[in-house]
Design a protein around this ligand. Structure first.
Ligand SMILES: [Zn+2]
Length: 292
């Protein structure tokens, strides 16, 4: 209860600190947008195998996993709509920190998967949250199943095609969210509760549609700069040491465009734990799930 109270205070404070006006969840008699009621999910026509990563030595081949035979619904169960939760960090009074990794992919600009990151997290028994693009999952089914096989990894939604959501129609924004929710559910049986904005860009409509889908919008307060190839592991770790504090959410990339991320992680995890921080998933950071 104390965490929840502090969290609500943090959310209110955060919302008040945004450069744009505070966003309130629309309250109407029927707050579900028409697009939710009329949109029909369709599976992408094919699941292609992922391209072999070729960029850096840390991008190693992925072992094949056999998809489960359990039949699943094609449509993820609808989450109840929620107030807008626009989160940059968790409780500043608790020593929890969340490592997060985005799996961005525009269909016309295929990405990869940095297996080295998973190897390090597994070696350190470190929880982490992965925000999965729908199109990325479509072309990386085995990798999606690999991530889902680790109970310490939380899986969130990172839109289908990684567009700039502000300016798009309500129906298009909804489709970006729902298609991704459905594919994550079809592949893994998991129902994500979290959404990460492509490039962190938002407007009131975007935040409203995310909330209508029952999801929390998760930004970050520690940027490592890992999509920039000139930012090496030492620089990434310097950024973390400078900026991390209680409740921090650290953003990195696991789609092969976090150039030195796997290399930076061991020192990062050791430093955070030495400082007394406890690594948790984002849902644990926010009190949505218990911390084991
Ligand atoms: Zn992204």
């Amino acid at each position: 209860m104390q965490i929840a109270t502090s969290l609500i205070a943090a959310i209110v404070l955060l919302t008040a600190c945004q450069s744009t006006p505070a966003v309130k969840a629309p309250v109407t008699e029927n707050p579900v947008p028409s697009a939710v009621l009329t949109w029909t999910a369709t599976l992408p026509p094919t699941f292609t195998s992922s391209p072999q990563p070729t960029l850096t030595p840390s991008l190693t081949p992925i072992p094949s996993l056999t998809p489960t035979e359990t039949p699943r619904l094609n449509i993820a169960p609808t989450l109840p709509y929620t107030d807008v939760h626009f989160i940059y960090h968790g409780d500043r009074d608790k020593p929890y920190v969340a490592l997060t990794f985005d799996l961005c992919q525009k269909p016309e600009y295929p990405a990869w998967f940095d297996r080295g990151i998973v190897d390090v997290l597994t070696r350190y028994d470190a929880p982490a949250t992965f925000f999965m693009g729908g199109d990325w999952m479509r072309t990386h089914v085995d990798e999606t199943l690999l991530l889902a096989s680790n109970p310490k990894f939380e899986l969130g939604n990172h839109s289908w095609s990684h567009p700039d959501l502000p300016g798009l129609s309500e129906e298009t924004i909804n489709s970006e969210i729902v298609k991704t929710q459905n594919l994550l559910y079809q592949l893994t049986g998991r129902q994500g509760k979290l959404f990460r904005l492509p490039a962190g860009k938002y407007d009131d409509l975007t935040l409203g549609v995310i909330a209508w889908n029952g999801l929390y919008t998760i930004q970050w307060d520690v940027e490592t700069g890992d999509p920039d190839p000139t930012i090496d592991a030492a620089r990434m770790n310097w950024a973390v040491r400078e900026r991390v504090q209680n409740g921090s959410i650290i953003v990195m990339h696991a789609n092969g465009r976090g150039w030195h991320t796997a290399e930076a992680l061991p020192e990062m995890i050791e430093y955070l734990r030495r400082q007394g921080y406890v690594l948790v998933t984002v849902s644990q950071l926010l009190g949505l799930e218990p911390i084991p």
